[in-house]
Design a protein around this ligand. Sequence first.
Ligand SMILES: *Cc1c(COP(=O)(O)O)cnc(C)c1O
Length: 371
Amino acid sequence: MAVEALQALVERWVRPEVRALAPYAVPPAGDLIKLDAMENPYRWPPELVEAWLERLRRVPLNRYPDPEARELRAALRRTWGVPEAAGLVLGNGSDELIQMILLALAGPGRTALAPEPTFSMYRILAVACGLGYVGVPLGEGFALDGPAFLEALERHRPAVLFLACPNNPTGNLFDPAWVERLLEAAPGLVVVDEAYAPFCEASWLDRAGGHPRLLVLRTLSKLGLAGLRLGLLAGPPAWLEQIGKLRLPYNIGVLNQASALFALEHWEVLEAQARRIRADRAALERAVAERPGVRAVYPSQANFVLFRVWPGRAEAVFEGLRRRGVLIRLLHGAGPGLEDCLRVTVGTPEENAAFLEALDGALAEAGGGAR
Ligand SMILES: *Cc1c(COP(=O)(O)O)cnc(C)c1O
């Protein structure tokens, strides 16, 4: 078949909104120091890896997993203190749960609302599921612009409002008083996405199941198990019963269930790593802020730091870092308010030091003057 004919075939049948989507881009890291994806940089100690492998040895791969993942859900409830009143659905990462929520709500005239900038999967999945999507710009310092959100709720009557707390890629927590007001004013669901809960103090999880519109998302990804793909959705059972129908059977495999259970038994290891990352984040924020050529560093409650360089220099800084062996995330061009911005994940102290050294070189090369 000719290339043109194939292209025409694809264009005839793939929905226009899907064709218009930009894919969720993940550049290959190769041998670069990988500080672009908010992964926990620490592995498990060797004796723990041995014990984990020993556990996996006994897992029956010939059998389907427990479709309800009962044991794992019970362990997650205990570990995170999920309220009795809340139901729990597990996903192949929280991405899958976001998709399930949107699939349950999708329909003509249905809209999803979220701040701008925020986690890009809300838009991608909303559009893919056939909902409209509206981004409401954040205010000064990426704070929630409360009145603008109240107006947007009134105007668009969204089926769902996504609030990442802390927000990605900005790292800040939204004012809980405003979140509370939006929760009261929203006509539909409010999904509080707590992917970065291990790195901040505040949480809405204790309210899960206690408010008719609130769903809370958690994930093990940023906590050291990004490769596992396990997310959790907590909220009123009446909602989860419906949303759970869209879960593919056996979405959490036997290896994932066994590995997550094992990880929960050794929770203190992951917690200690998160504490370490929080402490190193403070040092990294200070060090980045001291660099001439850095115009702003945004205070972070997550495991990454967003910073702004001189106008027009972000791309050169990004490329300069990459040439020096460090991969971070270029956010310039990724949305309103992110002009000249870059995001770096908190790594090990050695990785952070290598990043800072490369940053000095990249900033000097990119130019742009002193402060
Ligand atoms: C990373 C991230 C996720 C994705 O989590 P997975 O569980 O790995 O799918 C969800 N929400 C936000 C805000 C994130 O930054």
